[in-house]
Design a protein around this ligand. Structure first.
Ligand SMILES: *Cc1c(COP(=O)(O)O)cnc(C)c1O
Length: 374
């Protein structure tokens, strides 16, 4: 129908593999030859690389971002009856693990510009059961971590940054993942730094927490067959570490390109003069654009037009957590978190990767312009 129709990738992992293929293939094959599939030397190398990158004293690789969040809570002894303050406009995993331990996710709303935790609402929810505050660094931009840390310190509560979307982001001159008591990230393939399967990591400057996590990721073992803590099988595979070690070499370059692609989107879209809300990035931080997400009113029609022209989109996230069936028992209702609810109705993510060409980006913005009336 459209002679100029393109088929754009939402996140171009194939182009990335094409660029690093030789190095990645040989890194994977070398693990196969060594047969050190579990906690092999590439895992140790990765953890050193991660500490160098984030400046965090301890970097512990794990089986996923979800397990990193779970182990963070376990290391802080969070259990049934405890409360953790977090936001409902995010991916489900962070609240899932709180509830999994029998603790209660206590939701507060987000800011309308950054979609991150509205820190003004934290103190009203703090009580004797509050055991942690868990801000999410959504779409690749951190929350107001200095203010959140200050409030937490006043009440002697630890802060866990869910940095699953923000590995590589900078806030107030420091790296995301190393901004609070514990930071957690995900190496899920489509995240800013992704491996070739599931993976994640936890970051802390606290020696006691690090010792516990190292044991807990390996069934709570402190020595072979000596189990001091309740743990899980939470280790990162050596093959995944090998892939990450290659990708990390190019990650700083990719981050620069990500920022360029993100800010170019914003410039092009703002120039359309349409009723589109582009991302707000605060002066004291940047975004690694895990997603490039805009807000529009008539979402369904726009998605249909873009799809028709070979431009894939996604909705991160269509239904806030307080409206998810699994959390019915928490007693929240529609209307409790109006900002989260409104953003969930309007948000749409566009194709984003450091491999998105300017020509493809121009095409996406042109089709967006076509799709949005008025
Ligand atoms: C991806 C993600 C997670 C979960 O990470 P996995 O590695 O998929 O387990 C948690 N929180 C947020 C905000 C995420 O984006």
């Amino acid at each position: 129908m459209n002679s100029d129709r393109k088929n754009i990738e939402f996140i171009d992992l194939k182009a990335q593999y094409g660029k690093y293929k030789d190095e990645i293939d040989s890194a994977i094959l070398s693990v196969c030859s060594s047969a050190q599939f579990i906690l092999g030397k590439e895992v140790t190398v990765l953890e050193e690389n991660l500490s160098n990158f984030t400046n965090s004293k301890h970097s512990i690789s794990l089986s996923s971002g979800t397990d990193a969040l779970l182990l963070a809570l376990m290391a802080l002894d969070i259990k049934a009856g405890d409360e953790v303050i977090t936001t409902p406009f995010t991916f489900y995993a962070s609240s899932e693990v709180i509830a999994f331990l029998g603790a209660k996710p206590v939701f507060i709303d987000i800011f309308e510009d950054t979609y991150n935790m509205n820190y003004n609402l934290i103190e009203s929810k703090i009580n004797s059961k509050t055991k942690a505050i868990m801000p999410i660094s959504l779409y690749g931009q951190t929350a107001d971590m200095n203010i959140i840390n200050e409030i937490a310190a006043k009440h002697n509560i630890p802060v866990i940054e869910d940095a699953c979307q923000s590995f590589g982001a900078v806030y107030d001159g420091r790296k995301s993942c190393n901004l609070s008591t514990i930071g957690t990230t995900s190496f899920f393939p489509s995240k800013p730094l992704g491996c070739y399967g599931d993976g994640g990591a936890l970051f802390t400057n606290d020696d006691k927490i690090a010792t516990k996590i190292l044991a807990m990721r390996n069934h709570g073992q402190t020595e072979r067959y000596i189990h001091e803590y309740l743990g899980i099988n939470g280790r990162l595979d050596t093959i995944q570490a090998a892939v990450l070690n290659v990708k990390l070499k190019y990650f700083d370059d990719e981050l620069k390109t990500r920022e360029k692609v993100g800010s170019r989107y914003t410039k092009l879209i703002n120039a359309l003069g349409k009723d589109i809300i582009t991302p707000t990035i605060k002066d004291d931080r940047n975004s690694v654009y895990a997603q490039y997400s805009i807000r529009i009113k008539d979402r369904e029609n726009v998605i249909a037009t873009l799809t028709e022209h070979g431009v894939p989109t996604a909705i991160h996230y269509p239904k806030p957590l307080h409206e998810q069936k699994v959390f019915d028992y928490l007693g929240y209702k529609r209307g409790d978190f109006p900002v989260s609810e409104q953003v969930a109705n309007e948000i749409i993510s566009l194709p984003m990767s450091p491999f998105l060409s300017e020509a493809d980006q121009d095409y996406i913005v042109e089709k967006l312009n076509l799709a949005i009336k008025g």
